[in-house]
Design a binder for this molecule. Structure first.
Ligand code: PMP
Length: 437
């Protein structure tokens, strides 16, 4: 981790090969470097603990955490052991298994509001299904969501849709019909009067209000007041609609449970994903028993999946939760997150770089701009170009964060005090380098 630019020849060569077979060279658009000035992304080949190594052999301290799932860092021994032993038993049966039961029990023990659960394979599927359930149960059509929140790439959710699409400058997706877009109403986050207005206008036809309780997709943005989420739920229920919390990022991120529990509120349905799979593909949805009982085979709302509840994901998830239950693990991530955030702010102040930092536990976003960020409009007004310069300055010094100003840094259980110290040295140097640009 010296100051000379690392050699990334092999990354470039793999990217060139990728570009001629994989559309755009990536399997998810946010992995491209499009929003940080273009160029080939770094191609990784191995991860261990808090670090990963690229195809040229360069090592990086990883705060990307695969966009959230890697709360235990790379290749956690207990998760790896669970996956290894799972593979010895054959990996798919297409029948019920003990592990899906054990895993659902563990989730419900942590989050009693998950009265009934179904496992799917991605956060996209989880959210898409909660929306179908809400429509099926209420007999209503419209969904209210919040500007800049991302809820996966199902048609309905690609209206004013957060980090990936917005950093690409594509607010909506081509191929989503106008009639679909008309079913979605978007309001600003952290703005109860705006939600009230939308409910007044469309209330009779609103099936659900869908929210990331702590936003992760235009940067980390928590509720501006303690009562915000309770107010969202209260107003929504008064309009006869259901409340869905998209906790794909937030569940098991800040404590052993949901963001709903942190604010002592009770949405009707939850969508989960990322962390609960221990790094394997997963999604889950669940909530009130009377609502969930409307799903097939008990009810008329259909949802199915060949890979749903597959033993590998279940057993990795069980192992991940077991580790997360160990005392002190979240306190430690919080403390390291606080240390890192404080050091970053100090380094920015030392060179008079105007920044603002939103942090919840071990997750935070450093925005380039001095204004408070409480909603998507605030996040949009931050300086993307400055972010891109900082991103590359860090990357060249062996620190990997997500290539978008709308994403978070994730401190994992694998990060050490030493990692934080090394990171802060790189941060200081990067801020200084920015002053010369
Ligand atoms: N909801 C939220 C809040 C997310 O952050 C994401 C993914 N970033 C999704 C849903 C979609 O999850 P997946 O990528 O697993 O489909």
């Amino acid at each position: 981790m010296n100051n000379s630019k690392p050699d990334r020849t092999q990354s470039r060569l793999w990217s060139e090969r990728a570009n001629s077979v994989i559309l755009g060279g990536v399997n998810s658009p946010s992995r491209s470097f499009k929003s940080v000035g273009g160029g080939p992304p770094v191609v990784m080949k191995r991860g261990s603990g808090s670090r990963f190594i690229d195809v040229d052999g360069n090592t990086y301290i990883d705060y990307l955490a695969a966009y959230g799932p890697l709360v235990l860092g790379h290749a956690h021994p207990e998760v790896m052991a669970a996956i290894r032993s799972a593979t010895e038993d054959g990996i798919l049966y297409g029948t019920p298994t003990p592990w899906e039961v054990e895993f659902a029990e563990a989730l419900r023990a942590a989050v009693p509001d998950l009265e009934r659960i179904r496992f799917v394979n991605s956060g996209t599927e989880a959210v898409m299904t909660t929306v179908r359930v809400a429509r099926g149960v209420t007999g209503r059509n419209k969904i209210i969501k919040f500007e800049g929140c991302y809820h996966g790439h199902s048609d309905l959710m690609l209206v004013a849709a957060g980090s990936g699409p917005s950093s690409m400058g594509v607010p909506d997706s081509a191929g989503v019909t106008e009639s679909t877009a008309r079913e979605v109403i978007t309001v600003p986050y952290n703005d109860i009067p705006a939600l009230e207005q939308a409910l007044d206008r469309f209330g009779d036809d609103v099936a659900a209000v869908l929210v990331e309780p702590i936003v992760g997709n235009f940067g980390i943005v928590p509720p501006a007041s303690e009562s915000y989420l309770a107010d969202v739920i209260d107003r929504t229920h008064r309009a006869g609609a259901l409340v869905i919390f998209d906790e794909v990022i937030t569940a098991f991120r800040f404590h052993y449970g949901t963001a709903a529990q942190m604010y002592n509120v009770h949405p009707d349905l939850f969508a989960l994903g990322k962390i609960i799979g221990g790094g394997l593909p997963i999604g889950a949805y669940g909530g009130r028993q009377d609502i969930m009982e409307r799903v097939a085979p008990l009810g008329p709302v259909y949802q199915a999946g060949t890979m749903a509840g597959n033993p590998l994901s279940m057993r990795a998830g069980i192992a991940c939760l077991q580790v997360l239950r160990q005392p002190g693990i979240y306190e430690r991530m919080d403390r390291l997150g606080e240390q890192l955030a404080a050091g970053i702010l100090e380094a920015a102040a030392a060179v008079s770089e105007p920044v603002t930092l939103n942090r919840v536990g071990g997750a935070f976003t450093l925005f380039f701009g001095a204004h408070t960020v409480r909603n998507y409009e605030d996040a949009k007004r931050t300086d993307g170009q400055r972010f891109a310069q900082f991103f590359h300055a860090l990357l060249d010094r062996g620190i990997s964060i997500a290539p978008s100003k709308y994403e978070a840094w994730f401190v994992s259980a694998a990060h050490t005090e030493e990692d934080i110290a090394i990171t802060l040295t790189a941060v200081e140097k990067s801020f200084k380098a920015l002053q010369d640009i």
